[in-house]
Design a protein around this ligand. Structure first.
Ligand SMILES: Cc1cc2nc3c(=O)[nH]c(=O)nc-3n(C[C@H](O)[C@H](O)[C@H](O)COP(=O)(O)O)c2cc1C
Length: 205
């Protein structure tokens, strides 16, 4: 039996990768603006996280972790969002405050991917940060493969030091992404994708 380079042909699911390739070529995000219940089941969530951590990680540092927001936790963190937004924008009215309070209420489940990138004698911080982006992407892939809508967002709470404290981050931890997970209430729309060949140059030096 022939064996394609780098592929473990003893693993039955990989004998035919046609559907995986088709999936990868068409995956797209849902929108947190149109995301209802249900969210992932506990078993689906476990699978999403299992796939999420299967990413390149130079030095095996595990430079990331997760925080789950579901149920009441979404409104409790929302109270922090509201209070902080009001502090930063004292002139804003109730509509705006309510919007920021409800950010995480837009989806049944929000997973924060926290980068723990830190100075290290051998592994550049940049590479640790890149690894956390790979984790976010794998969450999107895993959720989409399970038929769950997913969107990677950041928005201001990802960059606000007070919200970092409220979420329990400890310096130098940073939010790599909030991944909203749920069921899209509208058909997913694709957007124009760049022509990859137009982005390709051949080094001729
Ligand atoms: C690091 C990062 C942060 C993002 N933050 C936001 C955000 O705050 N709000 C937003 O509407 N989209 C944000 N996006 C874009 C969404 O993820 C968007 O849905 C995505 O570009 C759709 O692409 P896809 O269909 O290929 O997944 C962000 C994307 C990345 C990579």
């Amino acid at each position: 039996m022939s064996c394609r380079a780098g592929r473990d042909m003893s693993a039955p699911p990989f004998n035919d990768t046609t559907s995986v390739v088709a999936f990868l070529k068409t995956r797209k995000s849902a929108s947190a603006k149109a995301m209802g219940s249900p969210g992932p089941t506990p078993e689906q969530l476990r699978q999403i996280l299992e796939i999420a951590v299967r990413v390149p990680d130079h030095g095996k540092l595990t430079p990331w972790r997760f925080i789950l927001f579901e149920g009441d936790a979404r409104s409790r963190i929302g109270a922090h969002f509201r209070g902080r937004w009001k502090e930063l924008n004292p002139s804003h009215g109730e509509d705006t405050l309510a919007f920021h309070q409800a950010l995480f209420m837009r989806a049944p489940v929000v997973i924060a991917v926290v980068s723990r990138a830190a100075p290290h004698p051998k592994i550049p911080e940049w590479e640790q940060t890149l690894s956390s982006a790979a984790v976010c992407m794998n969450v999107l892939h895993a959720a989409s493969a399970l038929g769950i809508g997913a969107q990677w967002q950041t928005d201001w709470p990802a960059y606000d030091p007070e919200m970092a404290k409220a979420m329990g981050l400890v310096p130098p931890e940073r939010i790599a992404g909030f991944i909203y997970l749920g069921t899209s209430t509208v058909p997913l729309e694709d957007r124009p994708r760049p022509d990859p060949m137009a982005l390709l140059t051949r080094w001729t030096g």
